[in-house]
Design a protein around this ligand. Structure first.
Ligand code: HEC
Ligand code: HEC
Ligand code: HEC
Ligand code: HEC
Length: 132
């Protein structure tokens, strides 16, 4: 019995190793299925659902910088991406002269404006902030 379990475990690890070899290296946000809310000090809603790679595949968004933008002198820099920088590194929690787009707004404007524009994707609070 013990040997059987060990065999199953070995096969499982071998398979996951092989599938890792063939997985797409460009998809670096693949472990995100819900938003990381650690940048917020107090939560009023459950973390929004966002299955990073599946979302972008289904929505057919190829350009990472559509969301992971880089700005300079009040304009988006074309062909540059900030994919390794969390939004919260640039968008502080509270609005101010140097932070016109505080973090929660940054998410809502980015997510919702595209859903409105494309006529697809959720717009209601509870559709994104789903209970666990
Ligand atoms: C629809 C918007 C959107 C698109 C398109 C998108 N991402 Fe993301 N990505 C996000 C959001 C939102 C997060 C979470 C950021 C945060 O919590 O600050 C994230 C997180 C990540 C992270 C983790 C970074 C971290 O700080 O933990 C990586 C890596 C990443 N994305 C890579 C990519 C790559 C590569 C592409 C293009 C193939 C891409 N993303 C396209 C929205 C997007
Ligand atoms: C490297 C810094 C940086 C990162 C990382 C960054 N932003 Fe921004 N973002 C800016 C700057 C600068 C502006 C211009 C307004 C301002 O100064 O806040 C801006 C503007 C915006 C705007 C308003 C203009 C527009 O494009 O609609 C939204 C919405 C936004 N960011 C959302 C996000 C989200 C969501 C993320 C993470 C996926 C993110 N930003 C990551 C720097 C950044
Ligand atoms: C550039 C456009 C765009 C942006 C930005 C965007 N979405 Fe979407 N989203 C879509 C489209 C298009 C769909 C519908 C995909 C389909 O089913 O055809 C969608 C669908 C969804 C869904 C439904 C389930 C799914 O994964 O398909 C959720 C949840 C969602 N979006 C959350 C978010 C969140 C959270 C953000 C911001 C971090 C965001 N979206 C940013 C275009 C966008
Ligand atoms: C398209 C998806 C989407 C919709 C629709 C949406 N949100 Fe969010 N919201 C987010 C994302 C992404 C964040 C940032 C991370 C998180 O908290 O999940 C966020 C953050 C927040 C935060 C700050 C974090 C917290 O929990 O205190 C509040 C408050 C919030 N949303 C309330 C709302 C309310 C109220 C509505 C409806 C009027 C709404 N949201 C609709 C995606 C969405």
């Amino acid at each position: 019995m013990k040997i059987k379990i060990l065999m199953i475990a070995l096969i499982f690890f071998a398979c996951s190793g092989i599938s890792m070899l063939f997985s797409d290296q460009a998809d670096a946000g693949d472990d995100i299925v819900r938003m990381d809310t650690s940048a917020f000090d107090r939560l009023r809603r459950p973390a929004a659902v966002f299955d990073h790679d599946l979302h972008n595949e289904t929505a057919q968004i190829d350009d990472c910088a559509v969301c992971h933008h880089v700005w300079e002198n009040g304009e988006i820099v074309p062909d540059e991406s900030s994919e390794d920088t969390p939004c919260s590194d640039c968008h502080g929690l509270t609005e101010g002269p140097n932070n016109p787009m505080p973090l929660a707004n940054a998410f809502h404007v980015q997510c919702r404006s595209c859903h409105i524009k494309t006529g697809k994707g959720p717009l209601l609070c509870a559709e994104c902030h789903q209970k666990y």
